[in-house]
Design a protein around this ligand. Structure first.
Ligand code: DAH
Length: 346
C-alpha cells in the first residue's frame, strides 16, 4: 500500500473520530449514550473496521503511526462516552432527588399565636365562676409539711385515711419532728389551714393548684395533677349553703341543663361529709369531688373558734373535669405536649 493509502486511512480515522464525538455530544440521555456507545466502540465500529485494514499499509513505520492514531481516537471516543454518561447520571440523579424531595421548611408566622393549656383554661374558667359567686383566690406552697397536709386536717400520724394519699416525701420521716416532715402536697386542702391562719372570717376562698401522688400514670391518673379547693367560713353557715353553692357552681360552669347531687361520704377534715356528682346532658352522673362541713378540729388548727364560726369546704380534680368536658380519651395526652393535640383547644 502506498503512502496515499496511509494518509487515506488517516483521513478516514479523523473523519470517524469527529463523527463519533459529534454523535456523542448530540445524545440526550444516558440510555442514548449507551446505545451510541455500542455502535462507536464495538467490534463493527468504523474505527475498529479501519484497524482491521491496517494490514494493507506496507510501510511498517506508517502502519505504526496509523495504528497509534486509531488507538488514540478509540481512547478519545471511549473517554467521551464515559464523560457524557457521567454527566447524564448526575443530571438524572439531581432530577430524581428534586422530584422526591419533601419540603420540611417550618414557617413561624407572626399570626400563629400560642394559647393557654387545656388545664389552665379550665382553671381560669373555674376561677371566673367562683369570683362571680363572691370568692377570692388564694394559693399555697406545693412543698408542704406533714402538719398542713395531714395533721391540721384532722389526720394525725396514725390516721388510716393517710394511706389513701400515696405521698411523696422530700425528707425521710423522722419521729422526733413528725409535724415538720417535708412532702409534696397530696391535695389542695392544706391551703385551707394557711388561709384560716392568715385571713379573718368571713372567708370565701378558692385555692387552685398542683398536687402530687405516688401514682403510676395511666389513662385516668397522673402523679402530678390539679385540684381546686373551696372554703367558706362565716357565722351560721349550714349544709344548705354548701348544697346551694355546689348547685350554683354546676349551673354556672357546665350550663343550666346540668344539675348536682350530694351523696354521704367520709373525709377526716369534714363532718358531715359528702361526695358531689353532676348530671351531664345524656343523663349520666359523673363524680366530681368531695365536700362537707369543716370539722371543729380543723377550724381550731386554723385558729378559728368553732363556737363562733362554722363553714364548709369542697375540693375536686381539674384535669379530670377538662378530660370530661373535651372527651379526651387518655389523660396522659394532656401532658405529652404534642402540639397537634394541644392546638385543638385554642
Ligand atoms: N382533699 C380531698 C382529696 O384530695 C378532696 C376534698 C374532699 C376536699 C372534701 C375538701 C373536702 O375540701 O371537704 O381527695
Amino acid at each position: 500500500m502506498s503512502s496515499d493509502a496511509t494518509s487515506d486511512v488517516g483521513t478516514q480515522v479523523e473523519a470517524a473520530r469527529l463523527a463519533a464525538l459529534a454523535q456523542i455530544a448530540s445524545a440526550t440521555d444516558a440510555a442514548m449514550v449507551t446505545k451510541i456507545g455500542s455502535e462507536l466502540a464495538g467490534k463493527k465500529s468504523v474505527l475498529n473496521t479501519l484497524r482491521a485494514s491496517l494490514g494493507k499499509i506496507q510501510d511498517a513505520e506508517a502502519r505504526k503511526v496509523a495504528g497509534q492514531l486509531i488507538n488514540e481516537s478509540v481512547q478519545q471516543v471511549e473517554a467521551a462516552l464515559q464523560q457524557r454518561t457521567a454527566e447524564f447520571l448526575v443530571q438524572e440523579r439531581a432530577a430524581q432527588v428534586a422530584s422526591e424531595s419533601l419540603d420540611l421548611t417550618e414557617y413561624v408566622t407572626t399570626n400563629r399565636r400560642g394559647h393557654s393549656h387545656i388545664v389552665t383554661q379550665a382553671m381560669q374558667r373555674l376561677e371566673d365562676v367562683f369570683i362571680g359567686l363572691g370568692f377570692q383566690v388564694a394559693e399555697g406552697p406545693e412543698v408542704e409539711t406533714d402538719f398542713y397536709n395531714f395533721e391540721a386536717l384532722n389526720m394525725p400520724r396514725t390516721h388510716p385515711a393517710r394511706s389513701e394519699f400515696d405521698t411523696m416525701f422530700i425528707e425521710p420521716f423522722s419521729s422526733e419532728h413528725e409535724a415538720n416532715t417535708v412532702l409534696l402536697r397530696t391535695h389542695t386542702s392544706p391551703v385551707q389551714i394557711r388561709v384560716m391562719q392568715s385571713w379573718e372570717p368571713p372567708i370565701y376562698a378558692i385555692m387552685p393548684g398542683r398536687v402530687f401522688r405516688r401514682d403510676t400514670p395511666d389513662a385516668t391518673h397522673m402523679p402530678v395533677f390539679h385540684q381546686i379547693e373551696g372554703l367558706v367560713i362565716d357565722r351560721d353557715i349550714t349544709f344548705a349553703h354548701l348544697a346551694g353553692i355546689i348547685e350554683s357552681f354546676t349551673k354556672a360552669f357546665f350550663g343550666n341543663e346540668f344539675t348536682s347531687r350530694l351523696r354521704p361520704s367520709f373525709f377526716p377534715f369534714t363532718e358531715p361529709s359528702a361526695e358531689f356528682d353532676i348530671k351531664r346532658s345524656n343523663g349520666d352522673w359523673i363524680e366530681l369531688g368531695g365536700c362537707g362541713m369543716v370539722h371543729p378540729n380543723v377550724l381550731r388548727a386554723g385558729g378559728i373558734d368553732p363556737d363562733e364560726y362554722t363553714g364548709f369546704a369542697f375540693g375536686f380534680g381539674i384535669d379530670r373535669m377538662a378530660k370530661e368536658r373535651h372527651n379526651v380519651e387518655d389523660i396522659r395526652e394532656m401532658y405529652t405536649n404534642d402540639l397537634r393535640f394541644l392546638r385543638q383547644f385554642s
